[in-house]
Design a protein around this ligand. Structure first.
Ligand SMILES: *Cc1c(COP(=O)(O)O)cnc(C)c1O
Ligand code: SF4
Length: 406
């Protein structure tokens, strides 16, 4: 949409358009607002109305201006505009597929892995993504996160010295009141056993105007802070979002990206490769490519794991390693992220491995002869008794463990 069209719909000045508060205040949340701005049929509107009843809608004018209403398959449209398909029930779709609440020692904190936790700091988002795995919570007035809850989470981290990494999540942490966000990060930074503080935000994609000097100044006081964003399609990398990424990168924040594999949006090797290239060009390292969860209301976005593997096959070897995310299936029932890749190891013998490369060439790797497989003896990183914390197959492989099965 060009500037003239934008003005015709929103009747705003350039200053207003570039002001994140104006963008937030003018979010499209009702069918009436949608109908006055865009040319949609009565049938489409009633479908949207039905879906909004269950899962609310919120679209920033900025993101809405990228929608191509003349196309049924616009990737921006699919991520922003509700569809009737969201209401289709499937008996295996769960409200909390990742058991984020079951693995939660205090409300809003998920402790699934030994050394890191996920801390929900808000349930507010500027845009409600139609594919959101936390649809049941985002924007819901009844699941607001208050400061006392966040403080309880921070106390939990303080009391658990094995936690060395905290991931601020939501909702969108960058949509929090800035003073509150500052307090949270400051408190976390005081915890001496915490090595990493990171946050996930879709603001660079759906409200890039929010990445302003005020926000940068505030965050910069707490550097290093790892920031992961959420681009799903190359069309989301607009001049505005590139500018937001540039500001964050210049300020020194390491940037990563988490993409969700979505049917009809990005389930194609060409689109995915283009997205990954554009991210790297803008100093964002692709981190994860997620298989779609079994959440309620997103069945129409799911594609097969086979499709995900096909996409990974088209990336490994074919493009820069820097542009390759890890493809993961977040296991239902709180199993955590499981990496999935095409198979490159074809067969093994005692003294050699047979592998294939991305071109299908088959090669052998001759294994070295090792008589005495010990750990390096003069190392002072571990006390020599690290077997206690061993979990899973790691435990079966360990020299210090005689377990035969899990
Ligand atoms: C994804 C996730 C993390 C972080 O996992 P990484 O693989 O380290 O990025 C931590 N806790 C929960 C519950 C998560 O879902
Ligand atoms: S930004 Fe994230 S939490 Fe917010 S609606 Fe989108 S997917 Fe959900």
């Amino acid at each position: 949409m060009d500037w003239e069209e934008i003005q015709e719909i929103w009747d705003c000045t350039k200053e207003e358009w570039n002001d994140w508060q104006w963008q937030l205040a003018n979010r499209i949340t009702t069918v009436e607002e949608l109908a006055t701005s865009f040319d949609l049929s009565a049938a489409q509107l009633s479908e949207i109305e039905e879906a909004i009843d269950i899962f609310p809608m919120s679209i920033t004018p900025y993101y809405a201006s990228m929608i191509d209403f003349n196309s049924d398959s616009c990737p921006i449209h699919l991520q922003a505009i509700p569809q009737k398909a969201e209401l289709e029930e499937c008996n295996y779709e769960m409200d909390d597929p990742l058991h984020e609440e079951d693995d939660s020692p205090v409300p809003g904190l998920t402790h699934r892995y030994p050394d890191r936790v996920l801390l929900m700091v808000t349930n507010q988002c500027s845009m409600f993504c139609r594919h959101c795995t936390r649809k049941r919570k985002v924007g819901d007035g009844n699941s607001q996160v208050d400061f006392a809850q966040i403080e309880a989470g921070i106390e939990y981290i303080k009391d658990n010295p094995q936690v060395r990494d905290v991931l601020l999540s939501g909702g969108d942490p960058l949509l929090m009141d800035l003073e509150m966000l500052k307090k949270v990060i400051a408190k976390l930074k005081e915890i001496s056993h915490l090595d990493i503080v990171r946050l996930g935000s879709r603001v660079p994609v759906v409200l890039p105007q929010k990445i302003d000097d005020q926000l940068i100044d505030l965050l910069q006081d707490y550097s290093p802070l790892w920031i992961n964003t959420h681009f799903n399609h190359p069309r989301e990398l607009t001049a505005e979002s590139k500018e937001a990424l540039h500001k964050l990168a210049e300020a020194g924040f390491p940037l990563g990206n988490q993409t969700v594999l979505l049917r009809n949006v990005n389930d194609c090797p060409t689109i995915m490769k283009e997205l990954m290239h554009q991210l790297v060009e803008n100093r964002v390292r692709p981190y994860y490519l997620y298989q779609c969860d079994l959440s309620r209301g997103i069945e129409h976005f799911r594609t097969t794991i086979a499709k995900g593997i096909e996409i990974m096959e088209s990336l490994f070897g074919h493009t820069s390693g820097l542009a390759i995310p890890r493809y993961v299936v977040d296991a239902p029932e709180g199993g955590g992220k499981i990496p999935v890749t095409p198979n490159y190891l074809i067969s093994s013998a005692q003294d050699k491995q047979v592998l294939r490369n991305y071109e299908g060439e088959i090669v052998t790797y001759i294994e070295p002869t090792i008589e005495d497989d010990q750990c390096p003896c003069h190392c002072d990183i571990c006390s020599g008794d690290e077997s206690e914390g061993e979990v899973g197959v790691q435990k079966l492989l360990s020299d210090q463990n005689n377990k035969l099965s899990l």
